[in-house]
Design a protein around this ligand. Structure first.
Ligand SMILES: [Zn+2]
Length: 208
């Protein structure tokens, strides 16, 4: 069970997390979690280039370790890199010390050091308040406002696209460049980009 659109009550429980970009004008913020993946990330990058779209990639340290050239490609093509931790830990089930060192390990692998403010997305969006305050020392923490369920095998790809087409200016949209989400993303991403480009929206990196 997950929220397609994050309710205001959830956002207000975690005011220090960034859920959307309220002052945006005709802007959408695509984010891709769990990559880089050798088959899927290059395909995603190609689609983004085709529609002149920029996005933010919350990379996993362990994936970046295996595919450093893909991380460099993401960066070289003008997208932003954020951390999604090293080993995709669930904060609710992990003690603070282990959680913190997992995130710090990702810093050593990902090219984040030249960024004024680093950005981090907690795996599953699940993070304890005690972990939040530790991670905040080094990162802005970013979740999302719209989750179309690209990982959800119980919905059709058409349904995933339909959810994506409810996006409005300022939305932070979470997708995944991983195997689980491949089918829905390959169906829905090009149609989504074409739809909003036609309406003169821009797709931008999170400038936070
Ligand atoms: Zn993830």
């Amino acid at each position: 069970m997950y929220f397609v659109r994050i309710p205001g009550i959830v956002k207000s429980l975690y005011p220090s997390i960034i859920w959307d970009v309220p002052d945006a004008t005709q802007q959408l913020f695509l984010t891709f979690d769990d990559g880089p993946h050798p088959e899927i990330t290059p395909w995603v990058l190609k689609q983004l280039k085709k529609y002149d779209a920029k996005a933010t990639f919350f990379c996993l340290g362990k994936q970046a370790e295996n595919y450093p050239e893909l991380v460099q490609q993401i960066k070289a093509e003008g997208h932003r890199i954020g951390s999604h931790g090293y080993a995709h830990l669930n904060g609710w089930k992990t003690n603070d010390e282990v959680y913190h060192s997992d995130v710090m390990k990702s810093i050593e692998i990902l090219p984040l050091n030249n960024q004024e403010k680093k950005i981090f997305r907690p795996p599953y969006g699940k993070i304890k308040k005690s972990q939040l305050s530790i991670i905040h020392a080094s990162f802005s923490i970013i979740n999302w406002s719209l989750m179309p369920g690209d990982f959800d095998a119980s919905i059709s790809s058409e349904k995933c696209l339909k959810r994506l087409l409810t996006a409005k200016s300022g939305d932070i949209i979470v997708l995944h460049d991983n195997k689980l989400s491949r089918k829905h993303v390959q169906f829905a991403l090009p149609a989504f980009l074409a739809h909003y480009k036609e309406k003169n929206y821009t797709f931008d990196t999170l400038d936070i």
